[in-house]
Design a protein around this ligand. Structure first.
Ligand SMILES: [Zn+2]
Length: 240
């Protein structure tokens, strides 16, 4: 294998290892982000509960005011009873009192209903708040754990990247440019072996003519299907 191929193959091995590290970091972070997102969702739910309670409380207060007015009205009409002269006036007054009492009773029933709802919602809100508090504590511990894990992974990455960058400077810049472009567009894999005439990047067969050229010598070609840089190395040797 010529030196250029060997350099590229070695560089790619390092890059793939670094990609793996990046992926590990991403996974750690994503799992944590998911939990933080769940916390925010719970918090939002508690807010909607609180809003519902506020709306119901407001309605309850309005009804209580109305009820007080109605009862005052009943009292007022009752005191008027002493002054009425005729039976007709008395009947009308009595009806007015009855209507006001009935209306006050309806408000009272609705108030009781509202209070039950408010109590249920308040209980739920309290329960959710307690759960949130526990979950927040867990997530904060988890955040610290993930931060440490990422720190450790990053340290390994830094060491690898330093080796990688040093190797990269030793490679022809035109080749590096091509290598970087291929990595970007070909899922991180720029240089691949050809095994049994099959490109190990796209798993398409090479035209026999081209494979023969590869077999013959120490050179790199481009895969006609995926454009990756291809070389030939016997598999036994490659696996050593
Ligand atoms: Zn290919």
């Amino acid at each position: 294998m010529n030196a250029e191929i060997a350099q590229l193959v070695s560089l790619q091995e390092l890059d793939l290892e670094i990609d793996k590290i990046d992926n590990e970091i991403k996974q750690e972070q994503e799992a944590l982000d998911e939990r933080i997102k769940k916390l925010a969702e719970k918090e939002a739910y508690i807010n909607t509960l609180t809003e519902q309670i506020d709306v119901l409380e407001k309605e309850r207060r309005t009804l209580e005011d109305e009820m007080a007015d109605k009862m005052a009205h009943v009292k007022d009409r009752q005191s008027k009873m002493m002054q009425v002269q005729t039976g007709r006036e008395q009947t009308a007054l009595l009806k007015e009192i009855e209507d006001a009492k009935k209306s006050a009773k309806e408000s009272e029933d609705r108030i009781v209903e509202l209070m039950e709802k408010i109590e249920n919602l308040s209980n739920e809100a309290t329960e959710e708040k307690n759960l949130l508090k526990g979950e927040k504590k867990l997530v904060s511990e988890e955040t610290e754990k993930v931060r440490k894990a990422i720190e450790k992974i990053n340290k390994g990455k830094k060491e690898k990247t330093a080796v990688r960058d040093k190797q990269a400077t030793e490679i022809n810049s035109r080749l590096i440019k091509k290598y970087n472009t291929l990595r970007k567009h070909r899922n991180g894999l720029a240089v691949v072996n050809v095994n049994d005439g099959v490109c190990q990047g796209c798993f398409m067969s090479l035209p026999p003519q081209q494979f023969n050229i590869l077999l013959r010598g120490d050179q790199m070609l481009d895969c006609p299907t995926c454009q990756r840089m291809i070389y030939y190395k016997e598999l036994e040797t490659a696996e050593q």
